[in-house]
Design a protein around this ligand. Sequence first.
Ligand code: FAD
Length: 287
Amino acid sequence: MNISRLFEKEKIVFSFEIFPPKYETPIEIVYDTLEALGDLSPDYISVTYGAGGNSRDNRTCEVASIIKNKHKIEPLAHLTCIGSTKEDIKEILDDLKKNGVQNILALRGDKRDGEARVGDFRYASDLIEYIKSIGDFNVVAACYPEKHLDCNSIDDDVNNLKNKVDKGVGHLVSQLFFDNNSFYNFREKLTKKGINIPITAGIMPLTQKNQITKMANMCGAKIPSKYLKMIDKYENDKTALRDAGIFYATEQIIDLIANGVRGVHLYTMNNPVVARKISINMANIIK
Ligand code: FAD
């Protein structure tokens, strides 16, 4: 099923992101997470892809296949291209197709420090073009409400996004953000630029102080002062901090939906407890 077509229905598209276990770890470690997330009946579950670009070190296809074939939920397989050749990518696409995985989040990925990798792709747009040229996949792409860190200005980033979307993208999934106004301003820019495909808002609930500050630094997300105050207040009480994070994320989602956002993507960090609490909070809201 093409997950981008879900936006044609009169409902909120609610999805989760998980990461696969590392190659040396038994695959079974993710089974409980999948079971618990599957029970929440998301519209789709996305599975991240290690930036190494080496399919043998990667469990994405394996986990996506379990989601599709065991849990009967549509998977969205992430795929990065930096450092990969066309042959590498073709091999992965063949594998995904064999397992019935039709939806791909096409990404550039990031170079690791000190790594000099050459490959056939420079930007995600090159990967999108390649996927479109060889297979019948629905391609989804990433976007950055507070701009991508490598880009000098939000306007340049939106121009590059327009180029990416024009290669044939079904919908966009945003980087995490904690200030909804960033998302609304970004959405307005996209509309002005003629980008009219659905944009799913990426929400990461706070579960641990270190995790959230690390992620925010990595992707450049602004942390509003009310969020910082919340962390300061509850940082020594793990459960209170988690509950406050769940409330904050819930409030963010309610505001987004009230402002016409049609898709919410929860960065679950493989934590089904948090995903469950948010899903329960949202049960009547995301209908
Ligand atoms: P691109 O769209 O190629 O953009 C990268 C940069 O290049 C931007 O600054 C853009 O403005 C610029 N650019 C694009 N085209 C041009 C051009 N023609 N000329 C000049 N500049 C240009 N990483 C992983 O390794 N694994 C994952 O599973 C993963 N999942 C992600 C999921 C989401 C929803 C998001 C938002 C990010 C994810 N990432 C993941 C991180 C992502 O790989 C990095 O943010 C990466 O740096 C950019 O990827 P992209 O696909 O957005 O790149």
